[in-house]
Design a protein around this ligand. Structure first.
Ligand SMILES: O=C(O)c1ccc(O)c(O)c1
Ligand SMILES: [Mg+2]
Length: 612
């Protein structure tokens, strides 16, 4: 397959037309779909828009939308044709020859395919006279024409060379009609291809389309299968993103355009277009780093000591400590410059082992996630580092130990710790505006698969979580986000980050933590009463859980998760200890509200005891 051009509709990003165009060019797009509204409010004339795009190396691949044209009475047809001639003038000045006509939505539309075909043929005739073409698109909520196959029947009936289809993945995949037949569309009759993903939502399709579209790979649609079918027809026009999304419309257009481009690059790889360097296998969490200061550093040290960790290493050239237990490693870094309030800690980096860090870096670069420059002294390991969308650094190390050369030993790993064996997962709370971007990043750049996702009700609002894992679950990341952020009543620290460590015996670990003077969260009695009802657990089992504040979950196959938490340290960091039994693959999302309420309870009691 030769490479296709890449385009983006101006509606995908925020700002004025000049900002949108600049963002598309900066992200490396070849062309744009110009939305009429963006032109109408622009101080630039069509000729100036054309010149600006040409300067930036962008073509204008489509002008859109032209609405409510077909299925009208004769007097309206005359008016519509006059309106079209006017738009053809604008298109001539823009230097574009393709206009999108979307199926009529007006209640007055006459339900008659012959009439629609006849009128569209007339429009195509007018367009052809000016060297232009019409791409007819079935809106999923069109009055009479709302499915791709219906729009194709009409285009066939019209039988005009200047009339073809615009296929939009959203309109096709949001409806019941199978996309399979698309492959059978006559060669050359798909004039334009628009791509948008979306989460599966049971809602009005117009609202769904106008507010919830996402870039390919961020939602639930099979874009790869869809694009393959369109390419089967011989389509060789641009792959063009058309994403209406409330968040993207308000976000930094340059950043959104990069996210958009990343989605297209990953999609093209998926359809066997321009192949990316394959994602090397990732195997385990090597370490997690927290940025700390003079107050949060000691708080985290105490917490780790209480969990059975030992301070085992000191960095050769930086104020950085290594703490270990089993294969669990935590790095406390006092030299990270991050915009965080005094006294707080933040999960600033984590390291994963990659079978081929150079290839991981090449893939990241190809997906517009460039390597982070790192200041490195002599003897320091040359770790590949890339930035996640929220600014967290991700280090990729060839094996589980090559980064250790950075640290001078300060003491042995305790043999009598608390039985923690390895890092099970990270809980990465994401900023609301970048949740979908982060999901695409972890999936495409690191090659992690999105395994589970769910929503749950937390004390301070609804939350969504989405897990990204390696096939053998050696690495798990749980991304969470508050579904809405409004007002300032709920504290921003509702977004903590955490590391979950595994143990083979959570009761022994809990007893050890007691001995070590560590602290874990107390959990409401009501929770344990409910456990008895939900899982028919014996009372003495539940008493054991209750005594240590251990939460419980069970999957339909009998796999069990037992887990407990520490308080929050340094404002937004806590630890989890868990034991998986019988292949339990979840994260105990149903228990997250219990943990959050316990954290909030602690916070409120502390505030009461220590009035400011
Ligand atoms: O929401 C709309 O009206 C609209 C307009 C043009 C399109 O191409 C589209 O897919 C939707
Ligand atoms: Mg469309």
């Amino acid at each position: 397959m030769s490479s296709l051009r890449r385009a983006m509709a101006t509606v995908c990003v925020s700002g004025a037309l000049d900002e949108k165009i600049a963002a598309a060019a900066a992200a490396g797009f070849d062309g744009i779909e110009l939305f009429e509204n963006d032109l109408l409010v622009s101080p630039w004339s069509p000729a100036e828009v054309r010149a600006r795009c040409a300067d930036l190396g962008l073509t204008i691949d489509l002008y859109q939308p032209f609405r409510d044209f077909e299925g009208v009475k004769p007097e309206q047809l005359a008016a519509n044709l006059a309106r079209a001639e006017h738009k053809f003038d604008v298109m001539a000045a823009l230097g574009t020859d393709l206009v999108l006509v979307c199926s009529s939505v007006s209640p007055a539309t006459i339900d008659d395919d012959d009439l629609a075909a006849e009128q569209l043929a007339l429009l195509a005739e007018r367009a052809q006279a000016r060297g232009m073409r019409i791409a007819y698109e079935a809106l999923a909520w069109g009055r009479n024409v709302s499915t791709w196959d219906h729009s194709w029947r009409i285009v066939q009936r019209a039988g005009h060379p200047a009339l073809g289809l615009c296929l939009d993945s959203f309109h096709v995949l949001s409806r019941e009609v199978s996309p399979d037949g698309i492959s059978g569309i006559t060669d050359g009759k798909v004039f334009f291809l628009q791509l948008a993903d979306a989460p599966r939502l049971g809602m009005d399709v117009l609202q769904w389309s106008r507010h919830h579209r996402l870039f390919p790979g961020q939602g639930d649609f099979d874009l790869t299968g869809f694009v393959r079918r369109v390419l089967d027809t011989g389509y060789a026009g641009p792959l063009s993103l058309e994403v209406f999304n409330d968040v993207f419309r308000q976000a930094d257009p340059v950043r959104t355009a990069v996210d958009a481009m990343r989605s297209l690059i990953a999609l093209e790889d998926g359809i066997g277009g321009r192949p990316l360097p394959a994602a090397p296998a990732l195997s385990v969490h090597a370490f997690t780093e927290f940025a700390v200061d003079g107050r949060s550093g000691p708080a985290l040290q105490d917490a780790l000591r209480g969990l059975g960790f030992a301070h085992t290493g000191q960095h050769r050239s930086k104020p950085v400590q290594l703490w270990e237990q089993g294969a669990c490693r935590v790095v406390l870094n006092s030299a990270v410059v991050r915009p965080q309030a005094a006294g707080t800690a933040a999960l600033s980096a984590f390291a994963l082992t990659s079978a081929d860090p150079d290839k991981s870096r090449a893939r990241a670069e190809a997906l517009l996630a460039p390597e982070l420059p790192r200041a490195r002294g002599p003897h320091e390991a040359d770790l590949t580092a890339i930035a996640a969308p929220d600014g967290t650094s991700i280090f990729l190390s060839r094996d589980d130990n090559d980064w250790r050369a950075d640290f001078l030993p300060t003491g042995p790993v305790l043999t009598d710790g608390a039985g923690l064996t390895r890092t099970d997962h990270l809980g990465l709370a994401q900023p609301f505006d970048h949740f979908d971007e982060a999901g695409l990043f972890y999936h495409s750049v690191l090659g992690l698969t999105h395994s589970t996702s769910g929503e749950f009700a937390a004390p301070l609002g609804l939350m969504r979580s989405r897990a990204f894992t390696t096939p053998d679950r050696g690495i798990r990341l749980a991304l969470t986000v508050a579904l809405l952020r409004r007002g300032d009543w709920a504290p921003a620290v509702a977004d903590p980050q955490h590391v979950a460590f595994a143990t083979d015996d959570i009761f022994a670990t809990a007893a050890a933590i007691d001995r070590l003077g560590g602290t874990t969260l107390q959990v409401s009695n009501n929770y344990y009463d409910d456990l008895i009802a939900r899982f028919a657990l014996p009372g003495n089992e539940v008493d054991r859980l209750r005594r240590h504040g251990i939460l419980y979950d069970r999957d339909p196959d009998g796999g069990e998760l037992l887990h407990m938490y520490t308080p929050v340290y340094g404002g937004r960091v806590f630890f989890e200890i868990l034991q998986r039994r019988g292949g339990h693959d979840g994260f105990g999302e149903l228990n997250a509200p219990v943990r959050m309420a316990a954290h909030r309870h602690l916070r409120l009691s502390a505030a009461r005891e220590l009035p400011r």
